[in-house]
Design a protein around this ligand. Structure first.
Ligand SMILES: [Zn+2]
Length: 375
């Protein structure tokens, strides 16, 4: 399964020579070039003087170059960090360069030349936290520094990159959902960022608070989806922010293409105690399987509450992340779906097909999901 964003092809010597001439960082790790006159080999982006074309040989790996008698260039150290670590190192350097500046994931991925989705995943795998959490931690450290030197709180928090002293207290990302009071007040006091994007299921709208995803909805019309959200969060500050939501939309697309079975999405949703129980039960239905409304009612200890279960499913605010599409009628008919029956049909088909593929897949074959959980 191809997880790289890159569509560049460095399989021909001509393409490789072009990359060397451009000192293309994207090509680093993809191949190496050796210089016959000096006996050294380099990464494509090496800053050394360009050799003449006729003195250059290309190799796929450092081992191949060494086997042919070439030494590592001291300048670009082709045998150094693997490409993925190098990307993360560059990302950290960009974040460290100016802690006061809040880099979005999109700006950061521009700076290091990989897609936001790829960067988010790499960064988490190598550093253990997202770039955003890393930045927050750096700001926290800068703040503690300033305060310990006796700076005043307002000044110190501003210097550390917090927009206000109150923002500074809002630190650790909470696992728990939105306070029902905030939800009842139609999001008063909340900042909700949102973005929409086309998918094979129509337009998806994703919205998130500082703590997590609060809405995933599908529709045919972007304006209608945004209006619906405005209605629900009438008192929140709503900000269209494609960059911030890009990693989540990436996950949704991967899921819709059968390339991902689970979401790493922190949720921030308000629920009654009963809805919470039902939604938890839905999240326990394995990928590719379905349950009936009465099975869910039984599993939450209210076997007669079948209708209430159906209405909890219908009020699910986050499509896919809470897989209410996996609940069907006892007899096997699909029943309803908040975002339309045709979408439910496609979702169940995709899951059934991919779950079958997974069963047939030989042991030891990695998938995106395996990689994500290997960290
Ligand atoms: Zn070099």
């Amino acid at each position: 399964m191809k997880t790289s964003h890159t569509t560049q092809d460095w399989s021909t010597d001509d393409a490789r020579w072009t990359a060397v001439n451009r000192r293309d960082k994207d090509a680093d790790g993809e191949f190496f070039y050796a210089v016959k006159t000096t006996g050294v080999f380099c990464r494509p982006s090496c800053a050394s003087r360009l050799p003449r074309r006729e003195n250059v040989a290309f190799f796929n790996t450092t081992d191949d170059a060494r086997a042919a008698g070439f030494r590592d260039c001291k300048r670009c150290q082709p045998g150094g960090l693997p490409r993925e670590l190098e990307i993360v190192r560059r990302a950290c350097a960009a974040l460290d360069a100016d802690p006061q500046q809040r880099l979005t994931l999109a700006q950061l991925s521009d700076a290091v030349h990989v897609s936001p989705f790829h960067l988010q995943r790499l960064f988490k795998r190598v550093v253990g936290v997202s770039p955003r959490q890393y930045q927050a931690a750096q700001r926290g450290a800068a703040l503690r520094d300033a305060l310990s030197r006796g700076a005043d709180v307002t000044r110190a928090s501003a210097d550390a990159g917090f927009s206000s002293p109150s923002r500074m207290y809002d630190t650790a990302p909470a696992e728990l959902g939105m306070a029902p009071s905030a939800y009842r007040r139609k999001g008063a006091g909340l900042t909700v960022r949102y973005a929409s994007a086309p998918t094979n299921l129509g337009i998806v709208l994703v919205a998130a608070t500082e703590k997590g995803i609060c809405r995933i909805a599908f529709g045919d019309d972007e304006t209608a989806l945004v209006d619906e959200m405005r209605d629900e969060f009438a008192n929140a500050e709503l900000i269209a922010d494609t960059a911030a939501l890009a990693p989540f939309i990436g996950q949704i697309r991967a899921y819709l293409h059968g390339e991902r079975e689970r979401f790493d999405l922190p949720l921030d949703i308000a629920a009654t105690a009963f809805q919470q129980r039902v939604w938890d039960a839905l999240r326990r239905i394995p990928y590719g399987e379905t349950r009936s409304y009465s099975e869910i009612a039984e599993s939450v200890g209210s076997p007669r509450a079948v209708r209430a279960v159906a209405s909890a499913c219908a009020s699910n605010p986050v499509a896919l992340a809470i897989p209410c599409h996996r609940v069907i009628h006892k007899g096997g008919s699909l029943a309803g779906y908040r975002w339309g029956l045709p979408r439910k049909t496609v979702l169940l088909d995709t899951e059934a097909q991919h779950a079958a593929d997974t069963t047939r897949r030989p042991a030891g074959t990695a998938t995106i999901t395996d990689l994500d959980h290997a960290a």
